[in-house]
Design a protein around this ligand. Sequence first.
Ligand SMILES: Nc1ncnc2c1ncn2[C@@H]1O[C@H](COP(=O)(O)OP(=O)(O)OP(=O)(O)O)[C@@H](O)[C@H]1O
Length: 253
Amino acid sequence: MNVMDTRATSAMLYLDGVHVSFDGFHAINNLSLTLEPGEMRAIIGPNGAGKTTMMDIITGKTKPDEGTVLFDGVTDLTRLDETRIAELGIGRKFQKPTVFESQTVQDNLLLALNVDHSVRGTLFWRGNRAESERIEKVLEIIRLTDARNRLAGSLSHGQKQWLEIGMLLAQDPKLLLVDEPVAGMTDVETHLTAELLKEINKTHTVMVVEHDMTFVRELGVKVTCLHEGTVLAEGTIDQVSSNERVIEVYLGR
Ligand SMILES: Nc1ncnc2c1ncn2[C@@H]1O[C@H](COP(=O)(O)OP(=O)(O)OP(=O)(O)O)[C@@H](O)[C@H]1O
């Protein structure tokens, strides 16, 4: 691919002709996808479509056999390891919340900030002014300001998910990858999560994988449906959900 391609130079994320096979099985098959800076994209698709593998490629956990994966215009992610990719500003939220249950909400956020906690000791450190302001802002976005001193273990499932999204946000990533955030949530929590991601998307580029179509519709963003490791359909939720192939392989089941 020519890196002077305008898509490649302006995109936050640019995948082109990506292939991944596991023992001869083609999990990702000529996958091409572009995410613009500031965009939020919803990724849908049946089990085994390659959604997780695509996230693994972006974060460096899995290396493609072929294809181009560029971040922020020019950085070739296929040459970097997971740590370096995280340092570049790609944050990933896995499906299950993994907060520090015996720490308070606020201390979880402090732990997530990029500081040398081994030296300063998180429990005695309350951050400099910029960091404190950042924590306040994140608490507000994730709606946990009033719960700041509660132990994370005492939060509801939905609140734990929001806290973990907040821990990513504390690091101010350029791109947030969010895997099935509303699985196991109540309808109210699901609605609040859509609001929360829309708020985050005002200042961050977001890619969210989700099966819950009510939630995806509420996000109101461009949708990509993957199937057999490639893009089956892309467009508005109405366009994608009325696509005959999407209905056949995913929605109509
Ligand atoms: N490490 C691996 N070794 C062998 N096969 C794998 C490996 N990782 C993924 N696969 C296969 O690749 C395909 C794509 O899997 P992937 O987990 O990316 O799908 P998915 O769209 O995330 O599905 P789900 O919605 O169930 O999470 C599946 O058939 C899966 O079994």
